[in-house]
Design a protein around this ligand. Structure first.
Ligand SMILES: NC(=O)c1ccc[n+]([C@@H]2O[C@H](COP(=O)([O-])OP(=O)(O)OC[C@H]3O[C@@H](n4cnc5c(N)ncnc54)[C@H](OP(=O)(O)O)[C@@H]3O)[C@@H](O)[C@H]2O)c1
Length: 252
């Protein structure tokens, strides 16, 4: 079992939800985010519900890249090594390209892609040293194609991190004597702070717990990649990949 799990962006939504499900299954956790008071509340909740589970918290802004490396090292020391890292912290800000929203688009690009790169670097350094570990990257169904309007930068970052994960996986091919796996997850609509109040998404949205249970199931199977929940997102993903762009833009 990959006992010790670090999760970034664990102060709300999918990160907090996955922490709850993983704790139920007996994993020790390092939970990180900027809102530390949320992390402390989650730690108390989890340790009360599961007295055998150890939870450590670390304040982490993933766009502070030095801090990413420092916090991963500190969390590994706290727990006696990290067996799995879930690169989850993310942002959904943005606007149509060319409409003066560069600042928001840049912030999304920096948080979802450059900061994810820092997290992958820090995690893989640790896993290479230990010759073991599981890197999990939270992409999005929006990574399937170029997306319009406020989704353009977000979708591009999510496609970017999926390719980043695939490249890391490629580095592991023919590398002997290790147990390192890389999983890319493509969530559909799962209720969280990010999509609160977004009306058109609710048709296909599952609640946070259902979504997080499905995410953890895919993580524990250590699949290469998966659309989550599988229904309707796995078949829809195939349609999104092959449909004309004019059709795809009406699907989001
Ligand atoms: N919910 C969905 O339907 C859905 C679908 C596809 C993909 N995703 C992906 O799932 C991941 C989690 O999102 P969510 O839906 O759970 O949204 P959320 O509830 O808004 O959670 C986002 C998390 O990311 C953290 N975060 C944001 N910027 C950060 C930064 N600079 N440094 C550190 N942490 C940061 C936030 O923590 P602090 O603000 O406390 O730092 C928060 O814990 C994201 O990568 C998102 O793109 C979600």
């Amino acid at each position: 079992m990959r006992t010790n799990v670090l999760i970034t962006g664990a102060s709300s939504g999918l990160g907090a939800g996955m922490a709850r499900v993983l704790a139920e299954k007996g994993h020790h956790l390092a939970i990180t985010a900027r809102r530390v008071e949320r992390l402390e509340a989650l730690k108390t909740e989890i340790e009360t519900a599961h007295p055998g589970v150890r939870v450590v918290t670390h304040a982490l802004d993933v766009t502070d890249h030095d801090q990413v490396f420092d916090v991963f090292t500190a969390a590994a020391a706290d727990l006696g090594g990290l067996d799995r890292v879930i690169v989850n912290a993310g942002l959904g800000k943005g606007g149509r390209i060319g409409t003066g929203r560069f600042h928001a688009n840049k912030q999304t690009a920096e948080t979802n892609f450059v900061a994810a790169l820092a997290q992958c670097e820090a995690a893989m350094e640790h896993f290479y040293e230990r010759k073991a570990g599981h890197l999990v990257v939270i992409s999005s169904m929006s990574a399937m194609r170029g997306m319009p309007s406020s989704m353009t930068t977000y979708a591009a970052t999510k496609a970017g991190i999926a390719h980043l994960a695939e490249g890391i996986r490629s580095d592991l091919i023919n590398r002997k004597g290790h147990d390192i796996k890389v999983t890319t997850l493509y969530p559909g609509y799962i209720a969280s702070e990010m999509n609160e109040g977004v009306q058109q998404e609710t048709r296909m949205m599952v609640d946070t717990e259902t979504g997080c249970r499905a995410l953890v199931k895919a993580i524990e199977r250590e699949v290469v990649d998966a659309a989550v929940p599988a229904w309707p997102w796995a078949p829809l993903g195939q349609v999104m990949k092959h449909a004309p762009l004019g059709v795809v833009r009406r699907m989001v």
